[in-house]
Write a protein that binds this ligand. Structure first.
Ligand SMILES: [Fe+2]
Length: 294
């Protein structure tokens, strides 16, 4: 349960971008002491009915970075998303930066390599990414020392990233009234998710926490910023000392009711390749639909 020596006196500016199709919030995080920045969880738009890609969400982020005169150091994926396609390679092509994800991507690639019957040319060693983070690894955005914490449960490769006094939850916790992420995808585990969340909750109370998704429960306006203290006190799934057994029971029952995300099939095939769309023998971008596998 060791936690890094976080830098609570560093207060990076955080700009959010909301993707309404997948209810994803992407972030640009700026080093307070330089013009460097990082992107957390960028989206590439995909219309499933027509099989057509578009880049409005990514272009909005690119325009912001250019307008602010920032240098992009990192493009972080908190995990292999199942609900949207990653915009990382499109942004990297325009602005540079390194694409990083958790080292357990290898497990996720192995699992979905089988489900999608990928050939031997699909590497399962994470080599599609520029960096694979281990638990507790640090890296820099400009002068700012940042940390990656391994937080499995939703998926085996999930990580929470800490940049100064701001933590990026990925799919672990949602807003306090939204609870927690599901744990029923292949490789998911509700008990592991509980343990990961306990680790997050032991970060400093005043640390800002930015969530990856919000669905506006009860009709409230979409929100994405909370604090560790607010989560510990009031998160509807884990707040106020909820036990591991109670959480696992609740999570398992709830997950059994949830439909698969609309874009899970295209998202996984693209995101296990660091956001690159697979190609057929003729070299055309093409996706599979495995039947009765998910
Ligand atoms: Fe996710």
């Amino acid at each position: 349960m060791t936690l890094p020596n976080v830098h609570m006196h560093k207060h990076p500016k955080v700009q959010s971008f909301f993707d309404a199709q997948s209810n994803t919030i992407s972030y640009v995080v700026q080093d307070p002491d330089s013009t460097s920045c990082a992107i957390i969880d960028a989206v590439m738009n995909f219309d499933y009915a027509s099989g057509r890609l578009s880049y409005d969400s990514a272009d909005e982020i690119i325009a912001f970075i250019e307008q602010e005169g920032l240098t992009l150091d990192w493009i972080i994926e908190t995990h292999v998303h199942a609900d949207h396609l990653s915009g990382a390679p499109y942004i990297q092509q325009k602005l540079g930066g390194k694409i990083g994800i958790g080292e357990h991507i290898q497990t996720v690639q192995d699992t979905f390599g089988k489900i999608f019957n990928e050939g031997t040319e699909f590497q399962r060693d994470g080599s599609q990414f520029d960096a694979l983070f281990k638990d507790g690894d640090s890296y820099h955005v400009g002068q700012l020392e940042c940390f990656a914490l391994h937080t499995p449960g939703h998926t085996p490769a999930c990580m929470v990233h800490i940049l100064g006094d701001a933590a990026f939850a990925g799919d672990t916790l949602f807003m306090p009234d939204g609870g927690s992420a599901r744990a029923d995808f292949p490789g998911g585990d509700a008990g592991q998710l509980y343990d990961s969340i306990q680790r997050i909750l032991s970060l400093p109370d005043e640390m800002r926490l930015f969530v990856c998704h919000d669905y506006g429960p009860g009709g409230r306006a979409i929100a994405w910023e909370t604090t560790i203290g607010a989560q510990r006190a009031a998160n509807i799934h884990v707040g106020d000392g909820t036990s591991r057994d109670a959480f696992v029971k609740m999570r398992t029952e709830r997950d059994a009711q949830l439909a698969m995300p609309q874009l899970i099939i295209p998202s996984l095939q693209v995101n296990i390749r660091a956001g690159e769309v697979p190609r057929d023998e003729a070299g055309n971008m093409s996706l599979k639909v495995p039947v009765n596998k998910l």
